[in-house]
Design a protein around this ligand. Structure first.
Ligand code: NAX
Length: 324
């Protein structure tokens, strides 16, 4: 059989990973014929909890799960990695300032960037989920100078999937028929869920719904604030849906999106008013293990203004994370 893929997962004891690891082991990213080895990183104090999750993985007897490495050493976690899900990060504690949170996470992603640089395969695919995801990805990439920039991405797929469902429900069409949704910018309430190109069965959804006020005043804010609504209802942040989005992101990157548009936060080439190098959500099409930015889309005044807001936020996050 084919050689196993080594998959680094950080924050392995956390709630997102409690959903993510089982989907990975089942073959939901690399396929039902691709063995994998999980390389799980978490903090020293979380090692016992990771061992408990691994006991459960063993108890699933997943045919594709060849081995599991448990470690608190980033170098071990990233060794020969083919893919990495960077889920672990420092949450905001009571009384912590935003700037302190950004600095604490920058410290984590500096260390992991160096470990990625020194240990992972050069064609490894990386998704950062841990917040602030885009900025953490930027720091990671900056501290991995010998690792291809294009292979460090951040997750806006949860926002993308939320937008698909919300628009499908409004238009009364099956979610599976909705195409060409776009999430621009930061994974934060400032992101722009752009419906202008979205279709169902080839028909424009914005024309079908025909309610610009709903788009601007309900749809966009609702997608942006969905995470907060889930915390309010569940008493905990989204976990299974976040894991599902990470699976979707990596699945499409590895296996292709069949010509469909999906949103990924990738290093900007300077198009769409997003300064070069900034890791921001854009529409992409995935094929042959690579993503291609959808190019040449028209940006109207409303969208340009929204994109500027989310890009400015990203730039100020990065400056704060670098202590500038
Ligand atoms: P949990 O607090 O349940 O788990 C986080 C885990 O990361 C813990 O086990 C912790 O020990 C570990 N960790 C902390 N620092 C680490 C380090 N330096 N190295 C390795 N592991 C470390 O959080 P969970 O609910 O799983 O969420 C994880 C992250 O995803 C959070 O930052 C969260 O904000 C973020 N999210 C991002 C989303 C996105 O769309 N990009 C959506 C969901 C989620 O909110």
């Amino acid at each position: 059989s084919r050689p196993a893929k080594r998959v680094t997962v950080t924050g392995a004891a956390g709630q997102i990973c409690y959903a993510l690891l089982f989907r990975l082991a089942q073959g939901d990213v690399f396929g039902r014929d691709q063995p994998i080895i999980l390389q799980l990183l978490d903090l020293p104090q979380a090692q016992a909890a990771v061992r408990g999750v691994v006991m459960e993985l063993e108890d699933c007897a997943f045919p594709l799960l060849q081995d599991v490495v448990i470690t608190d050493d980033p170098a071990v976690a990233f060794r020969d990695a083919d893919a990495a899900f960077l889920v672990g990060s420092r949450p905001r504690s009571k009384g912590m300032e935003r700037a302190d949170l950004l600095l604490a996470n920058a410290e984590i992603f500096k260390v992991q960037g160096k470990a990625l640089n020194e240990n992972a395969k050069r064609d490894a695919k990386v998704i950062v989920v841990g917040n602030p995801a885009n900025t953490n990805a930027g720091i990671l990439s900056a501290f991995a100078p010998d690792f291809p920039k294009a292979n460090v991405t951040a997750m806006v797929r949860l926002d993308h999937n939320r937008a698909l469902s919300l628009l499908a429900a409004k238009a009364g069409v099956p979610v599976s028929t909705v195409e060409k949704m776009i999430i621009w910018g930061n994974h934060s309430p400032t992101m722009l869920a752009d419906w202008r190109y979205a279709t169902s069965g080839g028909q424009s959804l914005s024309a079908m719904v025909n309610d610009e006020a709903w788009y601007r005043e309900t749809f966009i804010p609702k997608v942006g604030q969905r995470g907060a609504a889930i915390i309010e209802a569940r008493g905990a942040s989204s976990a299974a849906s976040a894991a599902n989005a990470a699976i979707d992101h990596m699945h499409d990157w590895v296996q292709g999106s069949n010509g469909g548009w999906v949103s990924m936060a990738i290093p900007s080439d300077g198009s769409y008013g997003i300064p070069e190098g900034i890791i921001a959500g854009v529409p992409v099409i995935c094929a042959d293990g690579e993503y291609q930015r959808v190019t040449g889309l028209e940006i109207d005044a409303f969208s340009a203004e929204k994109i500027a807001v989310t890009v400015n936020e990203l730039q100020s996050e990065i400056s704060a994370a670098l202590g500038k």
